[in-house]
Unconditional design. Structure first.
Length: 185
Protein backbone atom coordinates (compact mmCIF):
# COMPACT_ATOMS: atom_id res chain seq x y z
CA UNK A 1 0.00 0.00 0.00
CA UNK A 2 1.53 3.32 -0.98
CA UNK A 3 0.71 6.97 -0.67
CA UNK A 4 -0.44 8.55 -3.93
CA UNK A 5 1.64 11.61 -4.94
CA UNK A 6 3.98 11.20 -1.90
CA UNK A 7 3.03 14.49 -0.43
CA UNK A 8 4.49 17.59 -2.02
CA UNK A 9 3.40 19.46 1.09
CA UNK A 10 5.95 18.95 3.91
CA UNK A 11 3.14 19.33 6.44
CA UNK A 12 1.50 16.20 5.02
CA UNK A 13 4.80 14.31 5.14
CA UNK A 14 5.19 15.26 8.81
CA UNK A 15 1.63 14.21 9.66
CA UNK A 16 1.67 10.85 7.84
CA UNK A 17 4.94 9.85 9.54
CA UNK A 18 2.96 9.09 12.71
CA UNK A 19 0.39 6.81 11.01
CA UNK A 20 0.71 3.06 11.63
CA UNK A 21 -0.58 0.03 9.71
CA UNK A 22 -1.89 -3.16 11.36
CA UNK A 23 -2.49 -6.26 9.25
CA UNK A 24 -5.50 -8.49 10.05
CA UNK A 25 -7.06 -5.97 12.45
CA UNK A 26 -9.87 -6.02 13.52
CA UNK A 27 -10.50 -9.00 11.20
CA UNK A 28 -8.32 -11.25 9.05
CA UNK A 29 -7.68 -9.67 5.67
CA UNK A 30 -8.14 -6.08 6.83
CA UNK A 31 -5.16 -3.74 6.67
CA UNK A 32 -5.98 -1.24 9.41
CA UNK A 33 -4.51 2.25 9.15
CA UNK A 34 -4.32 3.97 12.52
CA UNK A 35 -4.14 7.74 12.24
CA UNK A 36 -4.99 8.51 15.87
CA UNK A 37 -1.35 9.10 16.95
CA UNK A 38 -1.72 12.50 15.25
CA UNK A 39 -3.84 13.53 18.25
CA UNK A 40 -0.97 12.92 20.68
CA UNK A 41 1.16 15.71 19.28
CA UNK A 42 -0.36 19.21 19.46
CA UNK A 43 1.90 20.53 16.69
CA UNK A 44 0.90 17.73 14.31
CA UNK A 45 -2.78 18.06 15.19
CA UNK A 46 -2.62 21.80 14.52
CA UNK A 47 -0.94 21.12 11.16
CA UNK A 48 -3.65 18.59 10.34
CA UNK A 49 -6.38 21.13 11.12
CA UNK A 50 -4.57 23.85 9.14
CA UNK A 51 -4.25 21.71 6.01
CA UNK A 52 -7.75 20.24 6.37
CA UNK A 53 -9.40 23.67 6.55
CA UNK A 54 -7.41 24.89 3.52
CA UNK A 55 -8.55 21.85 1.54
CA UNK A 56 -12.17 22.20 2.68
CA UNK A 57 -12.27 25.87 1.69
CA UNK A 58 -10.73 25.07 -1.71
CA UNK A 59 -13.00 22.11 -2.51
CA UNK A 60 -16.23 23.41 -0.92
CA UNK A 61 -16.20 27.20 -1.32
CA UNK A 62 -19.92 27.61 -0.52
CA UNK A 63 -21.54 28.13 2.87
CA UNK A 64 -21.31 25.32 5.43
CA UNK A 65 -23.88 25.40 8.26
CA UNK A 66 -22.94 22.17 9.99
CA UNK A 67 -20.18 19.62 10.21
CA UNK A 68 -21.62 16.16 10.88
CA UNK A 69 -19.10 13.66 12.28
CA UNK A 70 -19.45 9.88 12.21
CA UNK A 71 -19.05 7.92 15.45
CA UNK A 72 -16.54 7.33 16.74
CA UNK A 73 -13.47 8.61 14.96
CA UNK A 74 -15.31 11.34 13.08
CA UNK A 75 -15.94 12.85 16.53
CA UNK A 76 -12.21 13.34 17.01
CA UNK A 77 -11.74 15.41 13.86
CA UNK A 78 -15.14 17.01 13.23
CA UNK A 79 -15.53 19.42 16.18
CA UNK A 80 -12.16 21.16 15.71
CA UNK A 81 -12.92 21.60 12.01
CA UNK A 82 -16.40 22.96 12.81
CA UNK A 83 -14.77 25.43 15.17
CA UNK A 84 -12.32 26.57 12.48
CA UNK A 85 -15.11 26.78 9.89
CA UNK A 86 -17.29 28.79 12.28
CA UNK A 87 -20.19 26.34 12.13
CA UNK A 88 -21.98 23.84 14.37
CA UNK A 89 -21.22 20.15 14.90
CA UNK A 90 -23.72 17.30 14.80
CA UNK A 91 -22.86 13.76 15.94
CA UNK A 92 -24.00 10.86 13.75
CA UNK A 93 -24.08 7.92 16.16
CA UNK A 94 -24.26 4.14 16.33
CA UNK A 95 -27.62 2.73 17.58
CA UNK A 96 -28.87 3.16 21.13
CA UNK A 97 -26.73 6.20 21.95
CA UNK A 98 -28.97 9.15 21.09
CA UNK A 99 -32.20 10.13 22.91
CA UNK A 100 -35.45 11.43 21.48
CA UNK A 101 -36.76 11.21 17.94
CA UNK A 102 -34.17 9.83 15.55
CA UNK A 103 -33.57 9.19 11.87
CA UNK A 104 -31.78 5.86 11.18
CA UNK A 105 -30.05 4.12 8.26
CA UNK A 106 -28.72 0.51 8.06
CA UNK A 107 -25.47 0.04 6.16
CA UNK A 108 -22.47 -2.16 5.44
CA UNK A 109 -18.85 -1.13 6.08
CA UNK A 110 -15.43 -2.75 5.51
CA UNK A 111 -15.74 -5.19 8.41
CA UNK A 112 -19.41 -5.60 9.15
CA UNK A 113 -22.95 -4.26 9.21
CA UNK A 114 -24.10 -1.36 11.37
CA UNK A 115 -26.71 1.37 11.86
CA UNK A 116 -26.20 5.14 11.97
CA UNK A 117 -28.58 7.56 13.64
CA UNK A 118 -29.01 11.31 14.03
CA UNK A 119 -31.40 13.39 16.13
CA UNK A 120 -34.33 14.33 13.93
CA UNK A 121 -34.12 18.05 14.73
CA UNK A 122 -30.30 18.30 14.53
CA UNK A 123 -30.24 18.94 10.77
CA UNK A 124 -32.89 21.48 9.77
CA UNK A 125 -34.35 21.31 6.25
CA UNK A 126 -32.07 23.26 3.92
CA UNK A 127 -29.04 23.17 6.24
CA UNK A 128 -25.79 22.79 4.33
CA UNK A 129 -23.89 19.87 5.81
CA UNK A 130 -20.27 18.71 5.48
CA UNK A 131 -19.64 15.09 6.56
CA UNK A 132 -16.34 14.44 8.35
CA UNK A 133 -14.70 11.10 9.13
CA UNK A 134 -11.21 9.74 9.66
CA UNK A 135 -11.13 7.03 6.98
CA UNK A 136 -12.94 6.22 3.75
CA UNK A 137 -12.75 2.45 3.22
CA UNK A 138 -15.64 0.82 1.29
CA UNK A 139 -17.74 3.99 1.47
CA UNK A 140 -20.69 2.39 3.28
CA UNK A 141 -20.49 4.69 6.30
CA UNK A 142 -20.38 7.94 4.30
CA UNK A 143 -23.15 6.71 1.98
CA UNK A 144 -25.34 5.98 5.03
CA UNK A 145 -24.53 9.36 6.60
CA UNK A 146 -25.41 11.10 3.31
CA UNK A 147 -28.74 9.25 3.35
CA UNK A 148 -29.38 10.54 6.89
CA UNK A 149 -28.71 14.12 5.79
CA UNK A 150 -31.09 13.62 2.86
CA UNK A 151 -33.81 12.10 5.08
CA UNK A 152 -33.60 15.14 7.40
CA UNK A 153 -34.02 17.50 4.44
CA UNK A 154 -30.46 18.81 4.67
CA UNK A 155 -28.24 19.64 1.70
CA UNK A 156 -25.02 17.66 1.49
CA UNK A 157 -22.14 20.00 0.67
CA UNK A 158 -19.67 17.10 0.51
CA UNK A 159 -17.51 14.81 2.61
CA UNK A 160 -14.04 15.24 4.07
CA UNK A 161 -11.85 12.37 5.28
CA UNK A 162 -8.28 12.34 6.48
CA UNK A 163 -7.43 9.04 4.76
CA UNK A 164 -8.89 7.35 1.70
CA UNK A 165 -8.09 3.66 1.16
CA UNK A 166 -8.52 4.00 -2.61
CA UNK A 167 -7.92 0.30 -3.33
CA UNK A 168 -11.27 -0.44 -1.63
CA UNK A 169 -13.06 1.74 -4.22
CA UNK A 170 -15.04 3.65 -1.60
CA UNK A 171 -15.66 6.53 -4.01
CA UNK A 172 -18.03 4.27 -5.98
CA UNK A 173 -20.37 4.11 -2.98
CA UNK A 174 -19.59 7.33 -1.11
CA UNK A 175 -21.26 10.61 -2.09
CA UNK A 176 -19.68 12.35 -5.10
CA UNK A 177 -18.08 15.48 -3.67
CA UNK A 178 -15.29 14.08 -1.53
CA UNK A 179 -11.96 15.45 -0.37
CA UNK A 180 -9.26 13.25 1.19
CA UNK A 181 -5.97 14.50 2.61
CA UNK A 182 -4.11 11.22 2.15
CA UNK A 183 -4.91 8.73 -0.59
CA UNK A 184 -3.49 5.20 -0.24
CA UNK A 185 -3.45 3.15 -3.44
O1 LIG B 1 -15.89 3.25 4.36
P1 LIG B 1 -16.34 2.20 5.33
O2 LIG B 1 -16.08 0.80 4.86
O3 LIG B 1 -17.76 2.40 5.73
O4 LIG B 1 -15.43 2.33 6.63
C1 LIG B 1 -15.08 3.54 7.22
C2 LIG B 1 -15.63 3.66 8.59
O5 LIG B 1 -15.17 2.59 9.41
C3 LIG B 1 -14.59 3.12 10.59
O6 LIG B 1 -15.52 3.29 11.60
P2 LIG B 1 -16.11 2.11 12.47
O7 LIG B 1 -17.55 1.93 12.08
O8 LIG B 1 -15.23 0.94 12.43
O9 LIG B 1 -16.20 2.73 13.91
P3 LIG B 1 -15.27 3.43 14.94
O10 LIG B 1 -14.95 4.78 14.38
O11 LIG B 1 -16.21 3.48 16.06
O12 LIG B 1 -14.04 2.61 15.20
C4 LIG B 1 -14.09 4.48 10.18
O13 LIG B 1 -13.89 5.34 11.28
C5 LIG B 1 -15.15 4.94 9.24
O14 LIG B 1 -16.23 5.55 9.92
N1 LIG C 1 -8.79 -0.33 6.93
C1 LIG C 1 -9.17 0.59 7.83
N2 LIG C 1 -8.27 1.26 8.57
C2 LIG C 1 -8.67 2.18 9.48
N3 LIG C 1 -9.95 2.46 9.69
C3 LIG C 1 -10.87 1.81 8.97
N4 LIG C 1 -12.20 1.87 8.96
C4 LIG C 1 -12.67 1.00 8.05
N5 LIG C 1 -11.68 0.36 7.46
C5 LIG C 1 -10.53 0.84 8.02
Amino acid sequence: MSLEKESEDPRLTAISACFTVHQDFPKKGVSFRNILPVLRDPKLFKLLNDVSVERIHAKFPGKIDLVAGLEARGFLFGPSLADRLGCGFVPIRKPGKLPGKLVSVDYEKEYGKDVLEVEEDAIKPGSRVLLVDDVLATGGSLAAAAELVRKCGGTLVGSFVVVEMAFLNGRKKAPDALEALFIYT
